[in-house]
Write a protein that binds this ligand. Structure first.
Ligand code: 26Q
Length: 798
């Protein structure tokens, strides 16, 4: 976009006048932000309309990414970057004497997701636009996003996230594209003109699904895709009681804050059907504007199911093809399977979604009929070849439940895990039986991140340094970071890398002081763990590492100084996770207030971790803690973001950590702990005794005792609960088993820190190797292997 600074300033002033009938300098920062955001929206409006028109004109195959969560982050800076006008605009803002970071900070951060899965969905939309693929998001416009987290006396307190209180500039309500979603009632089949049967719906509860569209601006390619989020409203003209109205509004009111267990809540099931049905209906309506023949649907449409939450897309697409399209079962099934694909994000058995037949049948009676037919035909078709036992284990309906992961595999032509090891484990564990039946459907797509947001926007210091060393081509093609490795022995460059990191640490230290009142030294190692709080992610192991260091310091030992930075939300009903939060805050109090630790050890648990806070923490990290028990973390993505910002990974051989090790080299990180087969074997042997390890390791013994002996103030019940999980319930996630090896790996990093050049070299190896984890390459592989769409914008070598 050819924009001059002068032109921008004139446009900005005109927009301010237009919106607020006042001149810029009289506006509040929020008003200035809104004026700027509306102006930017105007800058891409033509491209957005043109992209849609081009897609229609060329009948380009559309990808629809169905996800119950999206975490786009703030959009102003990333839109400016993608439009290629960020530098010009910032120069203009500077001339206008506007505080740029403060202006960006006015924007709300839509927390329409819990964590990795939602952020991945947004990264994919960003990357599809960058790759010039016709990618569309389909999700829910929650009125309240993920709760805002505060700490009161060290306890997590949840506050509502009323993110729509200030008008959200980037969304456009599309009333003309609303569709009706039907719940409940009853269905019966009646003979119709063509001799077949047609369903008649009676007494349904109808809900209007109104789409709100948000532009996904492509990087330097004039393409603008759409994320469509649906909001539930009463159907105009229907007589609704107040109670009905509030039941309708409830559908899109809140995001469920659990990211790993199926509470089996009816409202959650309504949410799933609501956005899935609205999405399928609008796709078919749009398709039918250009095509009569539904058989060709897979040539023009790919629908991707992000985890099982939209898995009933299998049934809903069947419903539309059968009931509205008049196709036979066999025709409809073939089209459905060819159109759909599915990604699994977890191996944890308790997170695999199931729904009681009774509830499902009551809310979606027609879908339930179709599910029964799918189940029936699946059993009939495959029992002769695979036997009744295997089929019973993996059929979509059994023991009174619909099993959504099995339904998703059976109704899709492709199913993938999100890192190499995870995709392998799917085939050997939770989806083993379906792998036996459909081996050709299984594939791996290792996750990716968007370096535009996580490096270019979040870390301009590092970005400019990279520009000074290699061609700027890395900004569109991160695989071109590899030549950075030529500077491994360039001391001047290594020092500059250290200086850039230090500048980011200064900024984070200011945030830590501002939020927590803790003064931290930026000469210390910034050791970061940022992710949802979960037993399997083992924040507890990190705490034990801190306590080991605390004891060493109390013992007069000299260690390189460390600041441990945590960011983590716990599901409100997850008792153990909340206890660990309380523990981390208590350990922070202990350590931060002990004069012996001053300048040596500090703990900063920043509240309300999310995309925006991540953009502040990640550029400042020296160490990236990726310490889940092997075999539990499907992939992880903070590991990739931190690596791209030059942090050294302290990790188990789990998820994408393994691929990071292969890319950066084992000497550029610190690996530890039991491997997945070792974990499996230890568990299967029945020989694991947490207590025996506790008795055998005096330091560990002390650390575990600290939970209950009063050393850590204020954690009587929480300390007891955590200790019981370890010693009474025998340590489900093998924290004690991995403790010694974790501490040793951590000491290895301490030793490396003593040699700043060697540390900077390791950081550089990580940065240079990080390009392969760009989501631009990941979605290009989805396009090639699963969706059958090719990037229109070249995506380089990843
Ligand atoms: C399901 C049913 C009922 C209520 C909630 C849920 C639910 C919601 C969210 C279940 C799971 C999630 C989110 C899971 C998630 O974020 N998984 C992470 O996905 C990342 C992207 O693939 C991986 O990198 C992480 O390893 C994985 O944990």
């Amino acid at each position: 976009m050819g924009l001059t600074k002068k032109r921008f300033i004139a446009d900005f002033q005109a927009e301010a006048l237009h919106l607020f009938a006042d001149s810029l300098e009289n506006l509040s920062p929020m008003q200035q932000y809104q004026a700027l955001a509306f102006l930017v929206k105007g800058y891409y409006a033509k491209d957005w309309a043109q992209t849609k028109a081009d897609y229609d004109h060329h009948q380009q195959k559309q990808v629809y990414y169905f996800s119950i969560e999206f975490l786009p982050g703030r959009l102003l800076a990333s839109n400016l970057l993608n439009l290629g006008i960020k530098d010009t605009v910032e120069a203009g803002l500077k001339q206008l004497d506007i505080d740029i970071p403060d202006l960006y900070a006015q924007e709300g951060d839509p927390g329409l997701g819990n964590g990795g899965l939602g952020r991945l969905a947004s990264a994919f939309l960003d990357s599809m636009a960058a790759d010039g693929m016709a990618g569309n998001g389909n999700g829910i416009r929650y009125q309240y996003g993920l709760f805002k987290q505060r700490f009161v006396d060290g306890y997590q307190v949840e506050l509502p996230d009323d993110w729509l209180r200030d008008p959200y500039v980037w969304e456009t309500r599309k009333e003309n594209r609303a569709v009706i979603v039907r719940f409940g009632g009853s269905v019966y089949l009646t003979p119709c003109d063509n001799g077949g049967l047609e369903p008649v719906y009676q007494d349904t509860d109808d809900v209007l699904a109104v789409p709100y569209d948000i532009a996904m601006v492509g990087h330097h390619n004039h393409m603008v895709n759409t994320m469509r989020l649906w909001s539930a409203e009463p159907v105009p003209g229907h007589a609704h009681s107040l109670a009905e109205k509030s039941r309708i509004n409830a559908i899109t009111q809140i995001l469920y804050p659990d990211d790993s267990d199926t509470a089996g809540q009816e409202l959650r099931l309504r949410q799933e059907y609501f956005f899935t049905s609205a999405g399928i209906q609008s796709i078919i309506t749009h398709y039918r504007r250009f095509h009569q023949d539904l058989h060709l649907l897979p040539n023009f449409v790919a629908i991707h199911i992000n985890d099982t939450h939209p898995a009933m897309a299998v049934l809903e697409l069947m419903r539309v093809l059968l009931d509205d399209g008049g196709l036979s079962w066999e025709e409809a099934w073939q089209i459905t399977v060819q159109t759909l694909s599915y990604t699994n994000h977890t191996l944890m058995a308790e997170a695999l979604e199931t729904w009681p037949e009774e509830m499902f049948a009551r809310l979606m009676p027609r879908l339930y009929q179709i599910a029964q037919e799918v189940d029936h035909r699946f059993r009939q078709t495959y029992t002769p070849r695979f036997g009744g036992e295997l089929i019973q284990r993996c059929a979509p309906i059994a023991d009174g439940y619909l099993r959504m992961a099995y339904l998703a595999v059976i109704g899709s032509h492709a199913v993938n895990g999100v890192a190499k090891i995870h995709s392998e484990l799917l085939k050997s564990s939770v989806l083993k039986d379906l792998y036996t039946i459909f081996p050709e459907r299984f594939n791996n797509k290792t996750n990716g991140i968007t370096p535009r947001r996580w490096v270019q926007v979040a870390n301009p210091e590092l970005s400019e340094l990279i520009d000074s060393a290699i061609d700027t081509g890395w900004r569109s093609d991160p695989s071109l970071l590899v030549p950075l490795a030529a500077h491994l022995h360039d001391e001047k460059f290594l020092k500059a890398l250290h200086t850039a990191k230090k500048a980011n640490k200064e900024k984070l230290a200011a945030i830590i002081f501002d939020q927590l009142g803790i003064e931290v030294s930026t000469n210390a190692i910034f050791d970061v763990q940022i992710k949802r709080l979960h037993a399997y992610k083992r924040q507890l192991l990190h705490v034990f590492g801190i306590l080991e260091a605390y004891l060493a310091i109390k013992n007069g030992e000299n260690r390189p100084s460390r600041v441990h930075v945590f960011g983590a939300k716990a599901a409100p009903s997850y008792r153990y996770a909340k206890s660990v939060i309380r523990l981390i805050n208590a350990v922070a109090d202990l350590v931060n207030n002990d004069p012996d630790c001053k300048g040596k050890l500090a703990v900063a648990f920043l509240p309300n971790y999310g995309v925006s806070l991540g953009e502040r923490i990640i550029p400042a990290a020296d160490i990236s803690e990726q310490i889940s028990m092997a075999g539990t973390e499907a992939s992880g993505t903070s590991n990739m973001k931190l690596m791209a910002n030059g942090a050294l990974t302290l990790a188990t051989l789990d998820g994408a950590n393994i691929e990071i090790k292969d890319a950066a080299g084992e000497d550029a990180m610190a690996m530890f702990g039991l491997t997945t087969p070792e974990v499996a074997q230890l568990k299967a042997s029945g020989q694991y005794s947490a207590r025996a390890i506790y008795e055998a390791d005096p330091t560990l013994h002390r650390v575990v005792d600290m939970l209950t002996d009063g050393t850590i103030p204020g954690i009587t019940t929480e300390g007891r609960e955590i200790q019981d999980e370890l010693l009474v319930y025998n340590d489900t996630y093998l924290v004690l088993a991995d403790f010694r090896s974790y501490v040793e790996a951590s000491h290895k990093l301490d030793a490396l820190w003593q040699d700043p050049i060697a540390w900077a070299q390791a950081a550089l190896k990580n940065i240079a190797a990080s390009g392969q984890f760009s989501a631009d390459y990941t979605v290009a592989r989805y396009g090639r292997d699963i969706w059958d769409v090719l990037p229109a914008t070249p995506v380089g070598h990843g």
